[in-house]
Design a protein around this ligand. Sequence first.
Ligand code: SF4
Length: 225
Amino acid sequence: MSDILYPVNDLYTCVQGEGVQTGVAMALLRLHGCAVGCPWCDTKETWEFEAQHQVETLAAAQGANPRYVYLSATAVAQHIQAHHPGPKWVLVTGGEPAQYDCRPLVAAIHAMGLKAAIETSGTEVGHVEAGFDWVCVSPKLHMPGGKAIQPAALAAADEIKHVVGRQQDIDELDELLTAVPLKPDVHICLQPVSVSAKATALCLEVVQQRGWRLSVQMHKYIGVK
Ligand code: SF4
């Protein structure tokens, strides 16, 4: 299990810009690879593995680009401890990080005295029972990649953050929430797609009706990545 190498696309210190933990400082670990295919994806450079983009050092991979480096869980955690000493949390994101067995990664993060959070599309189950301290599932429904939501992925969620552009997105979320047994205290966040004013108005209305939470991608308003 401990021999797993993770394709790291980026690693930097940031402030969580979305969902329940908005504003919390985190070391953001972006793993490469995603087959979901959301048209509005902010990180399309992480989708494909192309041999010419595999590099030998983390420094060569870092930044918003299609390059990635394979690192062990221990190497990632040690790098975070040495170079990103401020945050108490490591946010594992992608790409689709749950396509990988996350157990060694979480164990290595915990060994450094840090907490581990993950953001996943709900189409993979590598986060289930991996020991994450916070699981955010942002279910991606009917995307071009044709990947289905995995019930076990959703059942592990502490937070379900749904991207909304129109009423149909709310209806589809309602259907999903009744189809899968969820944690009783799961937080439901609605996030307007691409900071759209129309979607924001719809989300505002629904979160007030349902007692849910609005997620507004704070990082886009304050101009940080
Ligand atoms: S699941 Fe995430 S990384 Fe993958 S295409 Fe959708 S938004 Fe992009």
